[in-house]
Design a protein around this ligand. Structure first.
Ligand code: HEM
Length: 149
């Protein structure tokens, strides 16, 4: 069974991160991976964290999707698209302009929790899906840069 429990995140605390199992990208493939990120952004679009994202400019919104997918594909062992297009990841710094608190991070995670079971249903090994979840569960806490209200 997938365990999609969202761990608590805390401003200023950055627990060590383990990358997803390379089997995850291997089985999912680039096209399906980009659809996963696309679906995630579409859930964001209609949510209470939409204000953080460039939802009012379709071109910018598409770029945001592309950049996020490039990064995830790279960190999951696929081609280094993010390095090619954007340079060094520096994820914490890239998120610094946006006020991300724990509730926003939790909402962001909830949308992956909504989408990941479908990958398992499509035949991706549960252990691989779990490894992706475990990675974002921890690493997303690093992006918290704003105290909760
Ligand atoms: C595992 C955790 C996360 C990863 C790996 C990740 C990855 C990324 C990447 C690769 C970008 C594009 C950066 C660039 O090319 O300049 C990005 C942008 C962004 N992320 Fe994240 N992110 C994570 C968590 C979050 C969370 C929790 C939030 C907020 C709830 C968030 C909000 C944003 C925003 C607002 C942008 C800018 C969108 C834009 O205007 O282009 N991210 N993220």
């Amino acid at each position: 069974m997938l365990n999609l429990e969202i761990m608590p995140g805390e401003l200023g605390v950055r627990p060590p991160v383990t990358k997803p199992h390379p089997g995850f990208y291997h089985q999912v493939g680039e096209e399906r991976f980009r659809k996963l990120v696309d679906d995630h952004y579409e859930l964001i679009r209609d949510s209470d964290i939409a204000f953080l994202f460039p939802v009012n400019d379709e071109e910018d919104f598409q770029h945001a999707k592309d950049n996020a997918a490039d990064f995830f594909i790279q960190i999951c062992g696929g081609p280094d698209y993010f390095n090619q297009h954007r340079g060094a990841p520096k994820m914490v710094g890239r998120h610094a302009p946006f006020r991300i608190d724990e509730p926003a991070r939790r909402r962001w995670m909830e949308f992956y929790a909504t989408l990941l079971p479908q990958l398992a249903e499509e035949g991706i090994d549960e252990a691989y899906v779990q490894s992706f979840w475990d990675y974002i569960n921890v690493f997303s806490t690093w992006m918290i840069n704003t105290p909760s209200k």
